[in-house]
Design a protein. Structure first.
Length: 323
């Protein structure tokens, strides 16, 4: 993880050497940083990197200073809760009681044993329940890739391989679905339940008739009101794209991480209702800034390099040492 100021200057980094594939990231209301490691090392990986068998397929909670506070799952083991997780793709915490919601899995969707679920733990890491199962029906999941909790306390799921956004209660009851947001990889929601989604994967092969890009709309009716198309990058025929929204000083800023072959970056755009030519695969996520509608000054960005997520830290995210 890398901690940047708003000009893009790196302040600190932590977590190096702890992960196989850091993928999902979330900053909770206390400034703690949660990261999902979406793979366990394969046999081929271990041939190339011996001694790495005790890493991967877990969720790690860091303090705002980079200290490991908790690990959910058994490092290097793919399995079922409470003992293990399977390729967790994203994590979000409930600001009301600290419960932890973990999306599984990032496994190849053609796998006959595909896992599609959300595992729920309390703030101390005690397993509570599982939401959903693998499938295409209401409340069923295939590659739940991003999670958020809206202003009503509902769970919002980017059900990527089913090409939809699902709205569920925290008990797992299906409420509704929206299918106008593409093949969503990244997801953000502001205090007014405006939803920001990033489609980084739609192609003629996997989602015919859809273009990659950011789609902005409302959770109230599921209508898309703004579309931001991809920006062109070397090595990509149809552009790059990514995920997150943050409000500051009364203006709407979009921060996103581009994902294209050999091209990873954080980009900032100003949203004034008009479309600008940029697109992303991850959005900035911050419980303090986004969900609570904060206009904090001195905020900064924490991310990791790769086709992953990005997260915004509040003023509570101060200096921290390498872990």
């Amino acid at each position: 993880m890398h901690h940047f100021d708003e000009s893009g200057k790196e302040i600190k980094s932590f977590g190096g050497g702890l992960f196989v594939w850091p993928h999902g990231i979330h900053v909770d209301r206390d400034g703690n940083v949660w990261v999902t490691d979406a793979r366990a090392p394969s046999a081929d990986d271990l041939k190339k990197y011996p001694g790495e068998e005790h890493k991967g397929s877990v969720v790690v909670k860091f303090s705002p200073y980079g200290k490991v506070l908790m690990t959910i799952g058994k490092p290097g083991v793919r399995g079922n809760p409470p003992d293990a997780l399977t390729d967790p793709s994203d994590v979000v915490t409930d600001p009301r009681n600290g419960d932890v919601y973990i999306a599984e899995s990032h496994t190849d969707v053609t796998d006959p044993n595909l896992i599609g679920r959300i595992s729920v733990f309390d703030k101390n890491g005690k397993f509570l329940r599982v939401i959903g199962k693998t499938g295409m029906g209401p409340g069923e999941l295939r590659t739940p890739h991003a999670l958020e909790i809206d202003s009503k306390g509902r769970l919002i799921v980017a059900d990527r391989h089913n090409h939809r956004i699902q709205v569920l209660t925290k008990a797992g009851r299906f409420v509704r679905e929206y299918d106008d947001f593409g093949r969503t990889s990244g997801l953000a929601i502001d205090k007014n339940d405006v939803i920001y989604t990033a489609d980084s994967e739609s192609t003629a092969k996997v989602h015919p008739g859809w273009q990659r890009g950011i789609r902005i709309g409302s959770l109230k009716d599921g209508k898309v009101t703004i579309f931001i198309p991809p920006h062109m990058v070397p090595g990509s025929e149809d552009g790059a794209n990514g995920r997150r929204h943050r409000r500051r000083r009364g203006r709407q800023h979009l921060y996103g991480g581009s994902a294209a072959p050999r091209h990873y970056e954080i980009r900032k755009e100003v949203a004034r209702g008009s479309v600008r030519s940029a697109c992303y695969s991850s959005f900035i996520r911050c419980s303090n800034c986004v969900k609570r509608g904060s206009d904090r000054s001195g905020s900064s960005i924490i991310s990791f390099f790769g086709p992953s997520e990005i997260s915004c830290s509040s003023a509570a995210f101060k200096s921290h040492s390498n872990a």
